[in-house]
Design a protein around this ligand. Structure first.
Ligand SMILES: NC(=O)c1ccc[n+]([C@@H]2O[C@H](COP(=O)([O-])OP(=O)(O)OC[C@H]3O[C@@H](n4cnc5c(N)ncnc54)[C@H](OP(=O)(O)O)[C@@H]3O)[C@@H](O)[C@H]2O)c1
Length: 311
């Protein structure tokens, strides 16, 4: 670790480990896949679009010629796609060492629905990952030291769950919905850690955030005319970092021997905007255990996925 700063050079060998990353065709997910492949992991690139998946795999093979990798068809906005992938994976009978819940959409200007009829940010960012993690739990629990890394955001700081408007049914505000989904990521990850700890399972659930990373998420979500997008673009040189730096908290949580379950990892710079991985304090609403339990029950009901008693 140079100057006490954890970098991708500190990744331990990942040989023999199998790692699934959702939304791995671009941004933080792709960068994480690349570093993990460089260190010898077998990487599954979870993607919703087969052509983008093929392009990402080709890029990975170019950048890491020895990469052991495959594309996993996995639309996080479709429970049937998630179930189909999980069934195929479980049928292989192999352990899943790390699941990285990374795919996400941000501040979609109009209220969109998933194929199952859920508001798209709630459905993709939170509910899909809740379902995927629960369905893959048997494979995770087969691994000697499994980890679930869930990518939250600085946006959770403004997050508020409106239980009577959980999916923007009565009024939809794009950023409110995103902020809430990222708060849900943290509530979920911390509740998962409490549950596995209570059972004595070795699984570690670790939430992370990338700071502000230059990826396609703004362009694909709120677009360039959104006030926050304009602010981020104008202040970019001072508050943003590239996608490789944005992937460091994810990589630390997925691999660092010193990482602990339930720690929230983000960049160490001013306001957590950028920098190297450090342990950060979530906002109080993310530590609300009653809210986390309520979200868990609601998520089980909406997704139809019930967790094993071991988690
Ligand atoms: N960039 C930041 O500053 C920032 C800050 C805080 C948190 N985050 C979080 O970081 C994570 C990664 O985002 P990013 O910044 O790397 O942006 P990105 O480059 O746009 O990556 C998002 C990924 O999610 C995928 N995705 C979206 N909907 C999906 C679905 N239904 N099924 C499967 N994959 C889907 C996208 O695939 P397509 O290419 O098919 O759209 C893309 O690969 C997100 O959870 C985001 O909320 C980012």
């Amino acid at each position: 670790m140079a100057n006490g700063k954890w970098t991708a050079a500190d990744l331990p060998s990942q040989t023999g480990r199998t790692i699934l990353i959702t939304g791995a065709n671009s941004g933080i997910g792709y960068q994480a896949a690349k570093e993990l492949a460089l260190k010898g992991a077998h990487v599954l690139l979870g993607v919703r679009d087969a052509a983008k998946g093929a392009a990402a795999l080709e890029r990975l093979r170019r950048e890491v010629p020895a990469a052991s990798a495959e594309v996993a068809q996995l639309d996080m906005a479709s429970l049937s796609s998630i179930r189909a992938f999980a069934n195929q994976f479980l049928a292989r009978g192999i352990a899943l060492d790390v699941l990285i819940n990374n795919a996400g959409v941000m501040a979609l200007p109009k209220r969109e629905l998933t194929v199952d009829g859920f508001e798209r940010q709630f459905g993709t960012n939170h509910l899909g990952h809740f379902a995927l993690t629960g369905l893959l739990m048997p494979a995770l629990l087969q691994a000697p030291a499994p980890r679930v890394v869930t990518v939250s955001s600085l946006a959770h700081r403004n997050g508020k769950i409106e239980w009577s408007n959980l999916q923007g049914e009565t009024h939809y505000v794009p950023w409110d919905s995103y902020n809430a989904s990222k708060l849900e990521n943290l509530l979920f990850a911390l509740e998962l850690q409490r549950r596995v700890k209570a059972t004595g399972s070795p699984l570690l659930s670790i939430p992370v955030h990338p700071g502000i990373a230059r990826t396609s998420i703004l362009a694909n979500g709120p677009g360039t005319r959104d006030i926050k997008s304009i602010a981020v673009t104008l202040l970019g040189p001072f508050i943003t970092q590239d996608d490789a730096m944005g992937a460091l908290p994810t990589l630390y949580a997925a691999t660092a021997p010193q990482a602990k379950g339930g720690e929230y990892i983000g960049p160490d710079g001013f306001q957590g905007f950028r920098g190297y991985p450090t342990v950060e304090q979530p906002r109080p609403q993310a530590l609300d255990e009653a809210a986390a339990q309520r979200l868990w029950s609601v998520s089980e009901e909406l997704s139809g996925v019930t967790y094993l008693p071991a988690a």
